[in-house]
Design a protein around this ligand. Structure first.
Ligand code: ADP
Ligand code: MG
Length: 179
């Protein structure tokens, strides 16, 4: 049966780690997997999805949902997308692949923007989920150690989407989400 699984949470919550270990299990089940990532995300590598702890998986880089539909190999059973919120039109494409084509979909995506707002693509796809795993990080404020569901931007930019690592973003608990 097709499934639509979402791993969400703040940065450093282990979303990509969980996505890649789920993909590894599908490979052991002899399923054909295709992984996609946004073309805007070039933090570590342009052809690999890489976790913050260094695990890698080869990925197609796509600018939008249409490109997912045009790139997907015909014999692929599992369609996975890292940083889904960054890919314009990805929700519509993935809902089509799940509902109409019966593919299993795995998604890793930020839960909220740095301003604590929901992302459009995530709002569109969440109602179709067969499972949603929220993956909290640990709050980065010294001595806090609480679960972090928020991502604070410390670099000062104001664009909704800006790709960055620990120099730009930190996971934060509710109390420290804005400071
Ligand atoms: P995500 O995709 O959610 O951004 P990754 O799966 O790439 O996260 O990386 C998760 C890893 O990041 C953790 O397993 C841990 O090694 C590391 N890490 C770094 N900072 C933190 C933090 N503040 N809280 C939790 N994990 C962290
Ligand atoms: Mg990630």
């Amino acid at each position: 049966m097709p499934e639509l699984k979402i791993f969400t949470g703040p940065m450093y919550g282990g979303k990509t780690t969980r996505l890649l270990s789920a993909l590894e299990r599908y490979v052991y089940q002899n399923k054909k997997v295709a992984l996609f990532k946004p073309s805007g995300d070039e933090r570590y590598s342009t052809e690999m999805v890489v976790t913050h702890s260094g695990v890698e998986w080869e990925a197609y880089r796509v600018p939008d949902g249409e490109s997912i539909l045009n790139t997907i190999p015909a014999d692929c059973d599992i369609v996975a997308v890292d940083e889904m919120f960054m890919i314009e039109g990805s929700a519509e494409a993935l809902i089509y692949l799940y509902k109409t084509c019966g593919k299993t979909i795995l998604i890793s995506s930020l839960q909220l923007s740095y301003e604590g707002e929901a992302f459009k693509e995530m709002q569109a796809i969440m109602p179709f989920a067969t499972s949603i795993e929220v993956c909290p990080a640990v709050c980065s404020k010294p001595y806090c150690n609480e679960d972090a569901y928020f991502t604070a931007r410390i670099s000062g930019g104001t664009d909704l989407i800006e790709v960055g690592g620990i120099e730009s973003y930190e996971p934060r608990c509710h109390n420290h989400r804005f400071n």
